[in-house]
Design a protein around this ligand. Structure first.
Ligand code: PBG
Length: 337
């Protein structure tokens, strides 16, 4: 048997890991329900919740069920929800005109939620993809070969004002058009909505991991059209410096909170953004990130709860102040014990 001699070590980092109470004292990052925003899908009608195949545990709710879900989330300590409408294909057209209908689904949903659970912060997406027949986040140029930036921004401004009138706390432009944050701020202020905030999807990447979400809101592609590419407005996954530039522009234009999306594959971006601004930073753990963890757990290859918690902790450690995640309810429940 080899003789062991005590090493003469000045530093033994393991001293801080000896027992749970010591580990607790030196824990640097804590996940709280307060940090989480629950994305929720809403549909019209009185139907039962519609499960989304690629997002286990996530369903589209009618407005009544949505309100019930919001009440439960609020009781569990979740401070905010982000609402996404799934529209009937009949309501979609090339210009997404339904987005400006003052009685459109998402506005009715916002009113119902704010009336029933006023303490809950409600966020709505400002983008045209749930409303356009082609699934793009904006309207197309006459030639149909590009998304028309400035015409889209004008529509987004009207959308944001309608959402503010319905009572949302934050509008969240997720479209990545240039100049939309400043234009929306101006439009909101001109309409008297100086207290409605802007949560800007500032560094939103052109990710393949949005697939399950597009199933959920039906924006994957219109029947008979070629597959969507959003690469002319969403960011190239290869770029890091550009994220800081996008964030700086949005902050200068008046964003109250900036966002990085997706989250788990973009931890370096979250950190870079965190270090570059004093504005609060949100991160969106997107549908594909959620689906991946669930799929592996279903195969028995990963532990669902532990991977869920670790994935969120990593996003927070990277520098996110708040996280949009489809795990919000599960985590809040687990934290309550
Ligand atoms: C579009 C939008 C997308 C998501 C939120 N808003 C997807 C897209 O750009 O097609 C994705 C969210 C997710 O994948 O969970 N405005």
């Amino acid at each position: 048997m080899a003789k062991t001699t005590k090493l003469e070590l000045t530093h033994r980092p393991r001293r801080l890991r000896r027992q749970p109470s010591r580990r607790a004292l030196v824990e640097e990052t804590v996940l709280r329900a307060d940090d989480l925003i629950a994305p929720l899908f809403v549909v019209d009608g009185k139907g039962r919740p519609e499960p989304i195949t690629s997002m286990p545990g996530v369903s589209r709710f009618n407005i009544t069920d949505l309100v019930r879900e919001c009440r439960e989330l609020s009781k569990l300590g979740i401070p905010a929800v982000a609402l996404f409408p799934k529209l009937d294909a009949k309501l979609k057209d090339a210009d997404g005109t339904e987005a400006l209908n003052p009685k459109t689904l998402v506005l009715r949903a916002v009113r119902a939620v704010k009336a029933a659970v006023p303490e809950l912060t409600v966020i709505t997406d400002v983008a045209l993809d749930p409303y356009t027949s082609h699934g793009h986040d904006g309207v197309l140029t006459p030639a149909g070969d590009d998304v028309d930036n400035d015409r889209t921004v004008a529509i987004l401004c009207e959308m944001a004002v309608l959402q503010a009138e319905a009572g949302v706390d934050f509008v969240a432009p997720s479209d990545m058009m240039d100049g939309r944050v400043g234009a929306i701020r101006k439009a909101l202020d001109a309409a008297g909505h100086t207290d409605t905030g802007i949560l800007a999807y500032s560094a939103k990447y052109n990710s393949a991991y949005y697939g399950p979400f597009r199933e959920a809101v039906g924006s994957a592609k219109a029947a008979g059209t070629r597959l969507l590419s959003k690469a002319t407005y969403q960011m190239n996954p290869a770029n890091r410096r550009e994220a800081v530039r996008e964030v700086q522009l949005d902050v200068a234009e008046g964003a109250d909170i900036v966002m990085v999306k997706p989250a788990g594959l973009y931890l370096d971006i979250i950190r870079e953004v965190r270090n570059s601004t004093r504005t609060p930073v949100a991160a969106y753990q997107i549908s594909g990130e959620y689906a991946q963890i669930h799929a592996a757990a279903k195969l028995g290859w990963l532990d669902l709860a532990r991977c869920r918690d670790e994935s969120l902790l990593a996003i927070k450690r990277a520098g996110a102040d708040m996280i949009l995640t489809y795990f919000a309810k599960d985590v809040a429940r687990a934290l309550k014990g």
